[in-house]
Design a protein around this ligand. Structure first.
Ligand code: M6R
Length: 607
């Protein structure tokens, strides 16, 4: 999500750090900073806003030195501000961090009880204080101090640490966030992404899970978290910078589809309270018993997520729920008032219609909850409560990981409402949380079978139109599948509630029409199968998205794509993935501009 660069060697660190951070700008950021050691002590310079702000600051107060760390931030804990920008420093210890510390509240409390005062709202500052405490307590080397701290930390991190007391060492460690070491001659580099240091070196060592690297000008020593040495040969990287930004993927959209298991894990991080069968939603404190009705407002893909939100809130919290397109809601004088919780969903947090709909709801007395991917964007800022999806920057215009993380967020929000409305008991709550915890693994399983979608895309990609059918909470997935295909392949596609087929769209079906039917085992299975038979009887070509273990569906469909079984609330997060892959591979075969499809913008800030 954020970007990290570190340097140790024989040249001035600042220009190397800044040029590395510039390479990471494509990830989006809201603040940046460096800490540089001049051989005696280190100084931190950081500020809110674009990297150019930091450069201006550094021009006024240069920080000479041949050891340094730098960071661009995409805020998760704590709004974008000078104080929340990295590096964070405690005593002589400076830290930059990517990822999310799940047990940050407990660790912060522990430190505060010992008298530590925090100067930021970030989870990262905890690292700095904990490592400083270890060093003060007599850890014989920085690597040892970092090791001790990592034993206490749960969550995702790539960190780089330096200590005023040891200007010859950088220590870096990784768990679930990427980290790479670049090798030079009498100098070495650390980065979150290959791109950041590709201008400096092409010889890289990729740090693996739960490993720690001690980086000195003369060499790199890698160990596991117990200090056991790890041998790893460097790799020569021949990627161009553009290839490296996409981490070897051909398009950002492809990268974003493939990183969804990680993105969902980030959405869930620190929010599952298994002991209480409940969720922990920082920053949300709703009087749930006073909520008469929930109303979702959103546009595009976020609207499709909202349609699933209605199923979730009604089934888990038993609160009546409506969904409206923000562009319709704002112009129809809706009956809305106090007692209504209006949930606005927006990846960008800047969509003009969603913002206007929420503003109108506020004027009529409703309580506002925003679900967004961009910290401190306009929509969460105007809302009474904000929930962040933590998907990281989404660069492809067609939304993928933002959608799936919105769905994961909505399961959490519905569970939160359900536990407080009394509709969701602890046991069922815990079962659901267990399902959520399993979800990233199941998503990886679907994505690992992407080759099948490539074959299906080749087989049917020449069709003039597609129909997507689903029932219940799979109907919005049908809408989303059709939207994805339209957006990036420019092929006409319709999403329909399967039960509506015979009220019109059935007239479209002949042997040239591929029909994608979402048919997981569950409440609507038999009904969907009967719709599928109707398509078959008219020679339509059927691609069924089914659940593993279903041995019947093969005889009724031309192609079957299997996804793992899951609770009905969770299944849309799995069935969405083959449809994204299908759209992606059809677009690849058509050679369209996948990341920036014609006529579309990532953020629609005008009506
Ligand atoms: O940023 P938002 O979630 O508010 O954006 C809403 C829509 O503009 C967006 O979902 C759009 O439909 C995407 N292109 C979908 O892929």
């Amino acid at each position: 999500m954020c970007g990290i660069v570190g340097y140790i060697g024989k040249r001035q660190a600042t220009p190397i750090l800044i040029s590395g951070l510039r390479r990471l700008e494509y990830r989006g950021y809201d603040s940046a900073g460096v800490a540089v050691h001049n051989g005696e002590s280190s100084r931190v310079v950081r500020c809110c806003g674009k990297l150019s702000n930091l450069e201006q600051k550094l021009a006024l107060e240069p920080v000479p030195g041949m050891l340094g760390i730098g960071h661009t931030r995409w805020a998760t804990h704590g709004k974008p501000s000078d104080e929340n920008a990295h590096p964070h420093k405690a005593g002589g210890v400076s830290v930059v961090h990517n990822g999310i510390i799940e047990n940050h509240v407990a660790l912060r409390n522990e430190l505060e009880e010992e008298g530590v005062t925090f100067s930021s709202d970030t989870d990262t500052e905890i690292f700095a204080h904990l490592i400083h405490r270890e060093m003060r307590g007599g850890a014989e080397a920085l690597a040892r101090g970092v090791q001790q701290v990592l034993r206490k930390v749960q969550g995702a991190y790539a960190i780089v640490v330096m200590d005023d007391a040891d200007p010859s060492t950088l220590v870096a460690a990784k768990s679930a966030s990427p980290l790479v070491i670049g090798l030079g001659d009498g100098e070495n580099y650390v980065a979150s992404d290959v791109t950041a240091i590709l201008d400096e070196t092409r010889d890289m060592i990729f740090v693996e899970e739960q490993e720690l690297a001690t980086v000195r000008p003369s060499g790199v020593h890698i160990t596991d978290l117990d200090g056991n040495p790890v041998e790893r040969a460097p790799r020569r990287i021949n990627w161009s910078v553009v290839q490296a930004e996409k981490q070897g993927y051909r398009h950002f959209m492809q990268k974003e589809i493939f990183e969804q298991p990680r993105a969902v894990a980030d959405t869930l991080a620190g929010r599952l309270d298994r002991e209480r069968g409940d969720v922990k939603l920082d920053g949300i404190d709703l009087d749930v018993r006073s909520i008469r009705r929930v109303v979702f407002v959103a546009c595009g893909t976020s609207y499709h997520a909202s349609l699933i939100g209605k199923f979730l809130v009604e089934s888990l919290a038993r609160i009546p729920t409506e969904v409206d397109l923000a562009s319709e809601f704002r112009y129809r004088d809706p009956l809305i008032g106090s007692g209504d919780l209006v949930i606005g969903i927006s990846q960008s947090g800047e969509t003009a219609d969603t913002m206007a709909a929420m503003k109108m709801a506020r004027e009529k007395g409703a309580t506002l909850l925003a679900v967004s991917n961009v910290l401190e964007s306009s929509i969460p800022r105007m809302a009474d409560h904000a929930f962040y999806t933590h998907a990281g920057p989404e660069i492809g215009v067609a939304s993928t990981k933002a959608f799936v993380t919105q769905l994961a967020s909505l399961v959490l929000i519905a569970a939160y409402l359900g536990r407080r409305s009394g509709a969701l008991d602890r046991g069922r709550g815990d079962e659901l949380l267990g399902e959520l915890a399993e979800l990233p693994k199941k998503m990886s399983d679907v994505i690992e079978h992407s080759a099948q979608l490539q074959v299906i895309a080749r087989r049917y990609g020449g069709a003039k139109g597609f129909l997507f059918l689903g029932r219940g909470n799979q109907y919005p997935i049908a809408l989303e599948g059709a939207l994805k295909l339209k957006e990036i392949s420019y092929i006409h596609a319709e999403g329909y509630a399967a039960g509506e087929m015979k009220h019109g769209p059935i007239a479209l079906i002949d042997e040239t029409m591929p029909v994608i039917v979402i048919a997981p085992r569950g409440a609507h299975y038999e009904k969907v199968i009967s719709n599928l038979t109707e398509v078959r009887a008219r020679d339509g070509k059927i691609v069924a998205i089914a659940t593993r273990g279903d041995t019947e569906i093969g005889s009724a469909a031309d192609e079957v794509v299997m996804v793992p079984t899951a609770a009905p609330e969770i299944l849309p997060l799995l069935t969405a993935l083959p449809l994204q892959l299908l759209a992606y591979y059809v677009a690849v075969s058509k050679g369209t501009d996948i990341d920036q499809p014609r006529n579309l913008a990532k953020s629609v800030t005008v009506e």
